[in-house]
Design a protein around this ligand. Structure first.
Ligand code: DHY
Length: 329
């Protein structure tokens, strides 16, 4: 509980794609998402473990971009209390009534301190949990949504807001020699993160992270993607992060939207947990084995779109030095 509301976890993202069938082939045949439902504009996807109607929405559009990232709160009352709190802070939550979005009860959206369009809801329709439908396992054997990673120009501003106002806790962070926070991993559920903020041009969504059962599922994904002709969509990894300890793989979908396949982080729920500090220049921070990430991983990210106006949300340059961490002079 944080004040009089409780945010449970990262819950869904709405991502724009230019070709629904191309996106479906990548996400359903390649990654093994379950397609709960679709129409001419939307494909609603979920992992095998998820009983919510969807955790990832593909929306047909002329250009790629991200409409919103969403968090689930614990009770309907939490939703009202959180909206009140954000209004006290001078923000303007915009409510969406039950039925106005597929499978969602009421929700609200607001731009956070970094300008990121975030949404909060409590109730989503439930569907069959496919965890033990092993006959349906294919591709990555996709299990569930895990986190968002956002690039923002001012990480400390985002950090302060999520920790002090929204009740998130920090599991790990990267600091410069001057103790400026370069990146921070923040959670509500007791894992390494529900959201990470990295220093960079923003706000932009760097990736949505999805949980798989084990490293072998990640290696199988590479084989399956290569067999389907998606070898070039593998951007970084497989590897082991130093920060978070997770085994990872970064992929770009046919529109360039980035997802991380992620497994093997750890429990962070003790009240005396102490955040782990990494030096920006530590070569094992990003990849424990010391491998370098490609330039595209640092430079490219998804822009947010204002769903009211259809305009792209203005992006600002990073406040801190934009040099690449971990393989600097
Ligand atoms: C890192 C990035 C992530 C993550 C954990 C750790 C660090 C890095 O690669 O720079 O996306 O989930």
């Amino acid at each position: 509980m944080s004040g009089n509301f409780n945010i449970t976890r990262a819950a869904r993202a709405i991502v724009r794609v230019t070709d629904l069938n191309a996106a479906r082939d990548f996400y359903v045949n390649g990654l093994g998402f379950i397609e709960t439902e679709s129409d001419d504009t939307f494909i609603y996807l979920r992992g095998l473990e998820e009983r919510g109607h969807h955790s990832y929405v593909l929306k047909k559009a002329d250009q790629p971009g991200v409409e919103v990232i969403s968090y689930k709160v614990t009770t309907e009352e939490d939703l009202d209390n959180l909206a009140d709190k954000l209004m006290e802070k001078g923000m303007q939550p915009k409510w969406f009534e039950k039925g106005s979005q597929r499978a969602l009860d009421r929700s609200f959206r607001v731009q956070d301190v970094s300008g990121i369009p975030v949404e909060f809801f409590c109730t989503m329709d439930t569907v069959e949990r496919m965890l033990q439908r092993y006959d349906q396992y294919k591709g990555s054997k996709m299990q569930r949504i895990d986190h968002f990673n956002c690039m923002v120009p001012d990480v400390e501003k985002a950090y302060d807001f999520y920790i002090k106002e929204l009740g998130y806790a920090c599991s790990e962070y990267t600091a410069t020699k001057d103790e400026d926070i370069w990146a921070a991993w923040l959670h509500r559920k007791p894992t390494v993160h529900d959201v990470a903020f990295m220093n960079g041009k923003g706000p932009r969504l760097h990736h949505v992270g999805f949980w798989l059962n084990d490293p072998m599922s990640i290696i199988d994904t590479c084989d399956v993607l290569a067999s389907l002709g998606y070898g070039d969509n593998i951007e970084r990894g497989p590897g082991r992060h130093g920060l978070s300890n997770a085994f990872f793989l970064y992929l770009r979908d046919p529109d360039g939207n980035r997802v991380e396949l992620y497994t093997g982080d750890y429990f962070t729920g003790d009240s005396d947990f102490e955040p782990i500090r990494w030096d920006l220049d530590d070569p094992q921070r990003a990849t424990f084995w010391g491998h370098k990430a490609p330039d595209s991983w640092f430079n490219e990210a998804m822009e947010f779109v204002d769903s009211n106006t259809g305009e792209r949300i203005t992006v600002e340059d990073a406040k801190l030095d934009q040099r690449k961490p971990n393989f600097i002079v």
